[in-house]
Design a protein around this ligand. Sequence first.
Ligand code: F6P
Length: 323
Amino acid sequence: MKRIAVLTSGGDAPGMNAAIRAVVRGGLEQGWEVFGVRQGYAGLMGGDFVSLSARDVGGIIQQGGTVLGSARAPEFKTEEGRKQALANLEARGVEALVVIGGGGSQSGAYALSRMGFPVVGVASTIDNDLYGSETTIGVDTALNIALEAIDRLKVTASSHHRAFLVEVMGRDCGYLALMAGIAGGAEVIVLPEVESDPEEVIETLKAAYRRGKAHAIAVVAEGATNNANELMLYAQENQKRIGFDLRVTILGHVQRGGMPGAFDRLLATRLGVGAVERLAGGEHGVLMGLIRGEILATPLDEAAGRKKPLDLGLLEMARVLAK
Ligand code: F6P
């Protein structure tokens, strides 16, 4: 193999740059030329390729986001879009592609692989919902950002004897909310995976005051049936009966923009190097992930389109410990 390409796709995640650096420098070590594709699958279809040297990926290991840019590219879901992407890869003599991204991105990788092109995925999403990796790139950093916010909100909540609804990212998956809720000692955790009742959320916050707490925190996932704004609306409509002060903080993209911590830099580096090693060994059509501490490959036909389930038993543990 002489030429490979690497792209980042979907929502960016802290640590993506460390993975790009690992793929580029690992690939150069094999004697390959490595192309970066700008703006994910959009750049693949548009032919936006750039040849990368070791110096081009210098000083990026500590940077959040992705120097290659990322995008959500619905056109790539069409046969036409994919054929265009393949034509662009072939025109440059690129023989394999590394896709750094989450669920949607790995489904795209699988589609290319089914069309006969060698692809290796690298598990990267702050949502941590990807089958084939116990933890994905960006989760640890995003979680720590959410936690710092929760810790700070607790301070001001205590000063004013207030309750807070803190909304964290996760359109389809409550991993960040569950873990931030447990580590932040939240009184309530609201997840997309579990039906929620606004009255029950408010009652649980109220019960925290009755037990003598100076604050009450609900961590709510963005994709929960009742998100933070909906819960706030319910609380406002029932303000007189509720009898305590409630505020909302929506963390949103703040969680995605941080500098990657040590864990994400190391994970991304190991996964990027792992992707190159698999390609060098002639393996492709796989997703590189962290499984029981090891960097392992899971076939894309097993991992793509499949969600990793949440351990909902932890929700009960969180409830008990919020006493
Ligand atoms: O990448 C995952 C994620 O951050 C989800 O948690 C969130 O729901 C979504 O992306 C937001 O996407 P966008 O940045 O395209 O609005």
